[in-house]
Write a protein that binds this ligand. Structure first.
Ligand SMILES: Nc1ncnc2c1ncn2[C@@H]1O[C@H](COP(=O)(O)OP(=O)(O)OP(=O)(O)O)[C@@H](O)[C@H]1O
Ligand SMILES: [Mg+2]
Length: 246
């Protein structure tokens, strides 16, 4: 099976003054199309850093990252911007909605940036299905301040997936929600995965999330310490094979 995301000996070191912080110390990871994966691990183990690299928000210090077949470590900033725009959807702990725009406006602006125009008025079948699934169809004219936390996060999810990104990355998406809203939001990630075959990687501190995912990756100190990946790989299609063999 082809991998949609792949890393080979991925390393990321931050330099603050004279101090070097090795946030990622050799991560080898492969994610298939259509997988729903949870990433867990203690604070500071490198989860967010991994998401930033997988989402082309930051370049690795060493190693390789393949996003949908393209190796990003040698890319220019504008090429990275293109990868982010075309391939990646992000959901954050803090919903990051624009406060002066309505829910509809927040979703439209993302679509506009993606060059897909403003078509979130109900004529766009895909978006309509997403709004239905997320149960926010009736809330589109409200501003973020007029929505609950759970609703705001669902608008942020709609914004992230409206352009059908190959990969949806969510960094502690339920971190600002109470347990009831967390469960609602997690169920919606699972539905997006099942219904639209959306590939999703979720970072969480919540052990209950494991029940919502197919695969759990655990990190400690910048490396993966366990991965319950149970499916086989067709090695002939491994994108990082040449990188690993040098
Ligand atoms: N921009 C940065 N500059 C310097 N150091 C950083 C930066 N971002 C993260 N770090 C450091 O890199 C390490 C990994 O941080 P990261 O944010 O990836 O951890 P995390 O697993 O997401 O933690 P948390 O669960 O608290 O969100 C930590 O030691 C952190 O202090
Ligand atoms: Mg983090």
């Amino acid at each position: 099976m082809k991998s949609l995301l792949e890393t080979a000996d991925l390393r990321k070191t931050y330099t603050v003054g004279k101090i070097e912080i090795e946030a990622l110390r050799g991560v080898d990871l492969r994610i298939r199309e259509g997988e729903l994966v949870a990433v867990m691990g203690p604070s500071g183990c490198g989860k967010s850093t991994l998401m930033h690299v997988l989402g082309a928000m930051t370049k690795p210090t060493a190693g390789k990252v393949f996003i949908d077949g393209q190796e990003i470590s040698g890319m220019s900033d504008s090429e990275l911007t293109g990868i982010r725009r075309d391939k990646i959807g992000f959901v954050f702990q803090k919903f990051n909605l624009l406060p002066t725009l309505t829910a509809r406006g927040n979703i439209e602006i993302a679509r506009y940036i993606h060059g897909k125009g403003v078509a979130s008025n109900g004529h766009d079948q895909h978006l309509r299905e997403i709004l239905q699934l997320l149960m926010i169809e009736g809330k589109m004219e409200r501003k973020p301040s007029e929505l609950s936390g759970g609703e705001q996060q669902r608008v942020a999810i709609a914004r992230a997936v409206a352009n059908k990104p190959a990969i949806l990355l969510a960094d502690e998406p339920t971190g600002s929600l109470d347990s009831k809203n967390s469960e609602v939001v997690l169920n919606m990630f699972r539905e997006l995965n099942r219904r639209f075959k959306q590939t999703i990687i979720l970072v969480t501190h919540n052990p209950e999330l494991v029940a919502f995912t197919d695969r759990l990756i655990e990190m400690r100190d910048g490396v993966i310490v366990s991965d319950n990946d149970s499916l086989s790989w067709d090695t002939e299609n491994e994108l990082a094979q040449p990188a690993r063999s040098v």
